[in-house]
Design a protein around this ligand. Structure first.
Ligand SMILES: [Zn+2]
Ligand SMILES: [Zn+2]
Length: 148
């Protein structure tokens, strides 16, 4: 479906920044970006838009369920295309790499916890923080060098 139609169906006026940002996320459907990164990567096209405009757009697209926003603890918010497929995230706190995973058992457990508390779930986020294997390797190397 064309971007203008998608925005209109989500009851958003298809302004140039919205079209541009949504198009960007569709072209990078498996990736996660902060508003700053979007701004940087769209720099050429965004040049005559105020930063405030650019920063507002991802939030508007999240409210319209077109993007998902994931809060990564340190105040950073990353956005990704909302393709309706549920998944959770692992974040390397050293290099910032983001891994996605889906675990049916975790999903089911969360639902049964909510059920047992008679709680209607409207949103959920599960983010695991830590160090990826590359960062642990280079950390171990640095430590080995320091001990010499
Ligand atoms: Zn890492
Ligand atoms: Zn994701």
């Amino acid at each position: 479906m064309n971007i203008h139609r998608i925005l209109e169906r989500a009851r958003l006026r298809p302004t140039f920044p919205r079209v541009l940002v949504l198009e960007f996320f569709q072209e990078h459907a498996r990736d996660h970006f902060t508003a700053e990164q979007v701004d940087k990567l769209l720099n050429e096209d965004m040049r005559n838009m105020s930063l405030a405009t650019v920063y507002r757009v991802p939030g508007q697209l999240v409210n319209a369920d077109l993007l998902s926003g994931v809060a990564f603890g340190d105040g950073r918010m990353v956005y990704e295309l909302n393709d309706g497929a549920r998944h959770d995230h692992l974040v390397c706190t050293v290099c910032g790499r983001i891994y996605e995973f889906f675990d049916a058992e975790i999903e089911a457990r969360q639902q049964s916890v909510a059920n047992s508390l008679d709680f209607a779930v409207t949103g959920r986020q599960l983010v695991l923080f830590g160090m990826c294997s590359d960062c642990r390797k280079s950390d171990a190397q640095a430590n080995a060098l320091a001990r010499r």
